[in-house]
Design a protein around this ligand. Structure first.
Ligand SMILES: NC(=O)C1=CN([C@@H]2O[C@H](COP(=O)(O)OP(=O)(O)OC[C@H]3O[C@@H](n4cnc5c(N)ncnc54)[C@H](O)[C@@H]3O)[C@@H](O)[C@H]2O)C=CC1
Ligand SMILES: N[C@@H](CC=O)C(=O)O
Length: 833
């Protein structure tokens, strides 16, 4: 009787004895210096025994396929391409092996002679021949493996080179090339018995069929070869060397700040590998998973980087996010079968997918609502006509009877999938995904999530895919929350805002991963469109005429999820654009009062345009940096009712009347206020009371009181004679204000009063602004500098009104108010504020 298995003395190799496997892709073997780099990496490994699987040199396989196609088409000019490929290989041999190159040159020449024979035969046949094609396609791996082996041997390495076609036997089936493990294992053991060298260099991509014909393993075949040979050698670990620092969290061409993932489980790697993360093909993982072999993805050009470790369970650290990465696939289509005839009928799904199978159509994603009224799937765009025809044929009878009323097709679709083992059992993942898509204005066409909860896939229009990908990537904190910002009006407030953003950017990026990118700046005459993070250099940029359409298009970049326009002008023409921008999903932040106090029809259109989700924030239009609009909103939102609003709403007029004591000219003070940046671009807007009247209209509309600028009774301090001049002429004639102001001041002083420009609004729409004499005991008489004061009398604050007081003008405080609005928009978009 044989001993129980547990007592059999198995002498397992110690880790030190076990072989480690490496695979180098084509980009790692592009030229002689790449070969040297690969050799240096291998020499740096601590392991004594190494298996090295190689791809063809970069571009060789495509060149061979092109040559085979040219020859098979009967075109005589394959010779030029053949010569170029031969010259490239010979040049690398000369560079790598110098005087010791004779033997290598001899086999390279032989190899190219063999290629010439095969191409000649194809040219004579004039038709593509699979056997010849596959022989030709695989030559690049034969050459690169032998060349690396010769180079290592020259360096004194004890190595053997294996042409995988000697041992690796595969059958081609529906799932691709399937390994005949028993025959391959026996052949490899036999070959190994004759080759005891400690380093083995093996050709990737190529194999033989059972009948001994040369064949190839298909897309990413070298990775698959590496996994197969690692399994045959019972390797301890497999490293796939490429040109990225591991598997990235998203396609870096679409998400430039995609991050390398430190670890993934096999399941996560399979999910991510399917689309987007092209660094590993799922097929590669099959032999690896079966043996629990750890895999590492590393960068040949950055070998110090640890890359991504793939194993049975991803290393879970404190910072392991539930979503590891987002993959995307383009060029897809949604096919929908719809009709009441499907409800409760068993076999509809079987018939649908059977028909697609028979038509050779691969199904990328499936979704069916529980009503069973429709079933939809995503297929490759190239297959969509076949899919539609197959379904129409399969359900012809039901379509004729009206039981199925449509086979719908939507093209230009991309699928985006959020992937991570940590998603399973974690509530809120889908909400965050869908919320991110909603906030960036992306419509979802179909949704699928398997019960493994490891992957949520959504189908979206391809035009939306880059924006959707970036939004979702940042929603899961895989990259910063990025806002593409355009600033209109880099005057006093705008310039202060640019400085504030510039100085806060590093902190926001580091602390809360919020990336505020000022990518466009416009004045009325010129604009700058760029990519920089804070528009530092816009002043030196070449002049470009201002075109607000081009400006908005640039700000709403396809590759950035959120766009914000900040209007720091005082322009009515700019305010006219808000509704369009908001309607297009661009958020608007502004201290410009022309929208809030403009024609009421336009105001309603602006508010209506926010229905799609774009935010409109305008706190700095009243009280500059003071929280007055938000205070009123909070009162009303919590059920309070506005009875009256009284106050001093102009920083300029507050400052003027706080300073004016009759001893100096009023006009000198106005000039000073202008220079300090308190006044409107045209100081008459302040002196005429219009600016205060606008603020009152903004308050009224916020409180739900219908009011237009014309409804406000306004006392202007600008004499009739100066109302129609240009702003410059007005400033020249300012002293014309002095006599009247001196008289008003003297009168107030005689009464023991002070002059203050006050505003009053009540819930029935009474609105007036004007200069009044107040007793020196009045609360409004004790303000400092540019202080505004706003007194809210409400149902709750009837006897003792709620008062907000503080600086109400000046570039810095106003810019801070605008900045706070920008951060509120960022928070609404998901920033961790
Ligand atoms: N200065 C302050 O204390 C406060 C200002 N505000 C508001 O902030 C805004 C800016 O004020 P300031 O910076 O003081 O004015 P400013 O005159 O210094 O700057 C205005 C800027 O807007 C630009 N601009 C004008 N028309 C334009 C157009 N059609 N297209 C593009 N750009 C245009 C100008 O070139 C200039 O760069 C105004 O709406 C003002 O009412 C609000 C609260 C306080
Ligand atoms: N010119 C305005 C600026 C703020 O709106 C003022 O003085 O209040």
């Amino acid at each position: 009787m044989s001993e129980p298995a547990s007592h059999v003395a198995v002498k397992a190799p110690t880790p030190a004895q076990q072989i480690v496997a490496h695979k180098f892709g084509g980009s790692s073997l592009a030229d002689a210096s790449c070969f040297r780099r690969v050799a240096a990496i291998l020499h740096a490994q601590p392991e004594f025994r190494q298996l090295v699987v190689v791809s063809a040199m970069h571009g060789t396989t495509n060149a061979l396929i092109a040559l085979a196609e040219t020859a098979a088409s009967g075109a005589p000019d394959w010779n030029t391409g053949w010569q170029a490929l031969r010259d490239r290989h010979l040049a690398i041999v000369h560079d790598l092996l110098d005087a010791r190159a004779h033997a290598t040159l001899a086999w390279i020449e032989q190899g190219f002679a063999q290629l010439a024979n095969l191409l000649g035969a194809l040219a004579v046949l004039g038709t593509p021949n699979r056997e010849a094609f596959e022989s030709i396609q695989g030559l690049g791996e034969v050459w690169s493996a032998r060349l690396l082996a010769d180079f290592l041997a020259m360096q004194g390495v004890d190595c053997a080179c294996l042409d995988a076609r000697e041992v690796l036997v595969v059958n081609h089936g529906e799932l691709g090339a399937a390994v005949d493990w028993s025959e391959s294992g026996a052949r490899f053991a036999e070959w190994r018995a004759r080759h005891a060298q400690s380093w083995l260099i093996v050709t990737g991509f190529i194999a033989r069929t059972r009948t001994g014909r040369a064949t190839v393993l298909g897309r990413n075949g070298s990775d698959y070869s590496a996994a197969i040979f690692a399994a045959l050698c019972d390797a301890r670990e497999l490293t796939l060397w490429g040109d990225t620092d591991g598997v990235l969290s998203a396609d870096p061409r679409l998400v430039p700040d995609a991050i390398p993932l430190p670890s993934l489980s096999y399941d996560e790697a399979c999910e991510l590998a399917y689309f987007g993360a092209k660094v590993i093909h799922p097929q590669t993982l099959t032999p690896v998973i079966a043996r629990g072999l750890p895999v590492r993805i590393r960068n040949t050009f950055h070998p110090e980087h640890p890359g991504t470790a793939i194993g049975e369970v991803a290393a879970v650290g404190a910072h392991s996010p539930p979503v590891k990465g987002i993959s995307t696939a383009r060029e897809l289509a949604v096919v929908t079968l719809e009709g009441a005839g499907m409800i409760g009928v068993p076999g509809t799904a079987e018939r649908t997918f059977g028909a697609l199978h028979r038509a050779g159509v691969s199904v990328v994603m499936i979704s069916q609502g529980s009503s069973e009224h429709s079933i939809c799937c995503v297929v490759r765009d190239a297959d969509v006509a076949d899919a539609e025809t197959a379904l129409r044929r399969a359900f012809a009878a039901e379509i004729t009877r009206g039981e199925i009323h449509s086979v719908g097709v939507a093209r230009d679709i991309s699928v985006l999938a959020a992937v991570g083992d940590g998603m399973a059992g974690t509530p809120g993942i889908a909400a965050r995904l869908f919320g991110a898509l909603a906030r960036t204005g992306v419509n979802i066409r179909a949704i699928a999530q398997g019960a493994s909860e490891r992957n949520i896939s959504v189908a979206v229009a391809s035009a939306d895919a880059p924006r959707a990908l970036r939004a979702v990537h940042s929603a899961f904190w895989l990259s910063p929350q990025t806002l593409s910002i355009g600033l209109i009006g880099p005057g006093k407030v705008g310039a202060a805002l640019l400085r504030q953003i510039q100085s806060a950017r590093p902190r926001l990026l580091h602390d809360i991963q919020l990336d505020l990118r000022v990518r466009a700046v416009a004045t009325s005459r010129r604009m700058w469109l760029g990519e920089a993070g804070a528009a530092d250099g816009w002043n030196n940029a070449a002049d470009m005429t201002c075109d607000l359409d081009a400006f908005a298009r640039h700000v709403q970049a396809e590759h950035l999820p959120h766009a914000v326009i900040i209007d720091c002008s005082a322009s009515d023409a700019v305010a006219q654009r808000y509704a369009d921008w908001l309607g297009a999903g661009i958020h608007v932040v502004t201290p410009n009062k022309h929208a809030g106090a403009g024609p009421s029809a336009r105001w309603r259109a602006i508010r209506a345009a926010t229905a799609g989700g774009a935010r409109f924030r305008y706190e700095a239009t009243v009280g500059a940096g003071l929280p007055v609009i938000s205070t009123l909103r909070d009162l009303l939102d919590t059920g309070d009712e506005m009875i009256a609003i009284d106050g001093i709403l102009s920083g300029t007029l507050a400052w003027l009347f706080n300073r004016y004591d009759g001893t100096q000219a009023f006009s000198d003070l106005v000039r000073e206020a202008h220079a300090l940046g308190y006044t409107e671009p045209d100081p008459r807007d302040d002196l005429s009371g219009t600016d205060v009247a606008r603020k009152l209209v903004i308050f009224a509309r916020e409180a739900g009181v219908e009011l237009d600028l014309a409804d406000v009774a306004v006392e202007s301090l600008v004499p009739e004679s100066l109302r129609t001049h240009s702003a410059e002429t007005f400033m020249d004639h300012l002293p014309q204000l002095d006599a009247a102001m001196a008289a008003r001041h003297a009168h107030a002083s005689r009464n023991g009063s002070v002059l203050r420009y006050v505003a009053h609004l009540d819930h029935v729409g009474t609105a007036r602004v004007g200069l009044v004499e107040l007793p020196s005991s009045h609360a409004f008489a004790h303000l400092r500098l540019t202080d505004n004061i706003v007194q809210f009398t409400t149902r709750r604050y009837r006897d003792n009104p709620l008062v907000v007081q503080g600086p109400g003008a000046g570039p810095e405080v106003t810019a801070a108010g605008v900045f706070a609005d920008l951060l509120r928009v960022s928070a609404a978009l998901g920033a961790k504020l």
